[in-house]
Each structure stands twice: as structure tokens, then as C-alpha cells.
Design a protein around this ligand. Structure first.
Ligand SMILES: O=C1C[C@@](O)(C(=O)O)C[C@@H](O)[C@@H]1O
Length: 254
């Protein structure tokens, strides 16, 4: 397993890294949330740009990115547009999605970009190449808000995303029962012990899946998302509580 290192944060080694999403609709809200980060135990900042009401104006996106880069200080900045079919705030055309991701990667302002594997389709290689040429790491992602696929399907998705050449593969699924949560943890464990040569991120969402956001160090998920004030997905808990639990697990696993 080769960790991915961004701005001194080693993803894939030690305790899972905490990623805090910014989910404002306006520049003011986004920057307000970013300003609160300094007191929080965040390792990575995610800008969920699909919440931004001006996200289809690429000039405005760049202007916000300039300010966010400054507000994030030394923390790695992850750019994400979560599309509506995968649980995000807005639908977007395929071409606009590809252009937004490539332009953001080429801005020189971000460290990581989230690329939805099933949304980007044939443009995956183009996006990957553009990101890598710009020195940006890629998280290939897949989200199932409707349910939890079989363990075999989840492992297959994670393997396919890794095989595209993405630096990290991420899978978020919605459980209907505790068995679904076990299936996600089992898939994660199998992927990490059998196939992964780079970091994997998984989560089972909602209250039933909360446990999966805490036990990544044991089962193999390298990043967990925690809320500053507002959650970006069901099941996230406040980031300070998250850090305390991760720390307890980390210290007692040794
Ligand atoms: O993909 C993810 C994971 C997530 O959906 C979660 O369940 O924590 C939260 C999103 O902000 C992020 O982009």
C-alpha cells in the first residue's frame, strides 16, 4: 500500500484523515465556513462546489478557489462537484462536468479532485491526465444513495476505479440494515488486503452506517468525512467528536 502524500498529510497511513466539507451556497457562506476551520482538527478541506449557486460560472469558481486556497492555509484542498444522481445538489451536463473538473485542476489552487467514475464516463482518462499534469491527485468516486450493492459488486467497483489510474478510490453506499454495513466493511477489508496498492475510502451512510466512519483504521478506509457545522451527507458527526474517537481507536490498536 503506497500512501498518497499531499502537503505533508499521508493518506493511507496511520489514523484515517479527517476531511471537512464546505457546503455554502454563496461566497460569503463558503469563506465563513473556511474561516472556522482553524480551530478544528481537519486534515483535508473539501469544497463541495455543487452547493455554490454560481458554480456554472467558471470565472467565479476560480475567484472563490483563490480565496479558499488562502483560507485553507497549509491544508490540502479537495475540489468536488457531487452530481445530483450521486447525491449532490445540482445536475450538470457531461461536458460541463468535465470542463469544471479540468479547469479546477489546472487552476494551480487545489491538491485533490473528486471524479465520479460513472458520471465522467469516457472522459475519465482526459480528466485524469489533466489533473496529473497539473500535479493534482485524483479520487475516483462512486455513490449509491439508493442502497448497498453486493460485496462482490463493491469490491469490483473499487478495483475498477483503482485500475483507471486514480490515486485513491472511494465508495459511499446507503445501508438498509446492519448487514449492509457489514458488507461494506467486508468489501473494504477484502479490497485492502487483496487488491489495493493505494488508498481506499469507503463509508456506509446514515445513522446505521455511522460505525463505518469511525473504524477505518481497522478495516482499511483512509479518510473519513466529519461536519464543521453542516453535514454534506447523512451520518457525518461533528469533527471534534470524530477526532476524539479516531484517536482512542488509534492509540488502543497499537
Ligand atoms: O463523497 C463524499 C463522501 C460523503 O458523501 C460522505 O458520505 O461523507 C460526503 C461528501 O462531501 C464527499 O464528497
Amino acid at each position: 500500500m503506497n500512501p498518497v502524500i499531499v502537503r505533508n498529510i499521508k493518506i493511507g497511513e496511520g489514523r484515517p484523515k479527517i476531511c471537512v466539507p464546505l457546503v455554502g451556497a454563496t461566497e460569503k457562506e463558503i469563506l465563513g465556513q473556511a474561516a472556522e476551520l482553524s480551530g478544528l482538527p481537519a486534515d483535508i478541506v473539501e469544497w463541495r462546489a455543487d452547493w455554490f449557486e454560481e458554480v456554472f460560472d467558471l470565472v467565479r469558481v476560480n475567484q472563490v478557489l483563490v480565496k479558499l486556497r488562502e483560507a485553507a492555509g497549509g491544508l490540502p484542498l479537495l475540489f468536488t462537484f457531487r452530481t445530483a444522481p450521486e447525491g449532490g445538489e445540482k445536475p450538470i451536463s457531461g461536458d460541463a462536468y468535465t470542463e469544471l473538473l479540468i479547469r479546477s485542476a489546472q487552476s494551480g489552487l487545489i491538491d485533490l479532485v473528486d471524479i465520479e467514475y460513472f458520471t465522467v464516463g469516457e472522459d475519465m482518462q482526459k480528466c485524469l491526465d489533466a489533473a496529473h499534469e497539473a500535479g493534482v491527485k485524483v479520487i475516483a468516486s462512486s455513490h449509491d444513495f439508493g442502497g448497498t450493492p453486493s460485496k462482490e459488486e463493491m469490491v469490483a467497483r473499487l478495483r475498477t476505479m483503482q485500475e483507471t489510474g486514480a490515486d485513491i478510490s472511494k465508495l459511499a453506499v446507503m445501508p438498509r440494515s446492519t448487514k449492509d454495513v457489514l458488507a461494506l466493511l467486508d468489501a473494504t477489508q477484502e479490497m485492502v488486503s487483496g487488491y489495493a496498492d493505494r488508498p481506499v475510502i469507503t463509508m456506509s451512510m446514515g445513522g446505521i452506517g455511522l460505525i463505518s466512519r469511525l473504524c477505518g483504521e481497522e478495516f482499511g478506509s483512509s479518510v473519513t468525512f466529519g461536519a464543521a457545522k453542516r453535514v454534506s451527507a447523512p451520518g457525518q458527526i461533528p469533527v471534534t467528536e470524530l477526532e476524539s474517537i479516531l484517536k482512542t481507536i488509534h492509540e488502543n490498536m497499537q
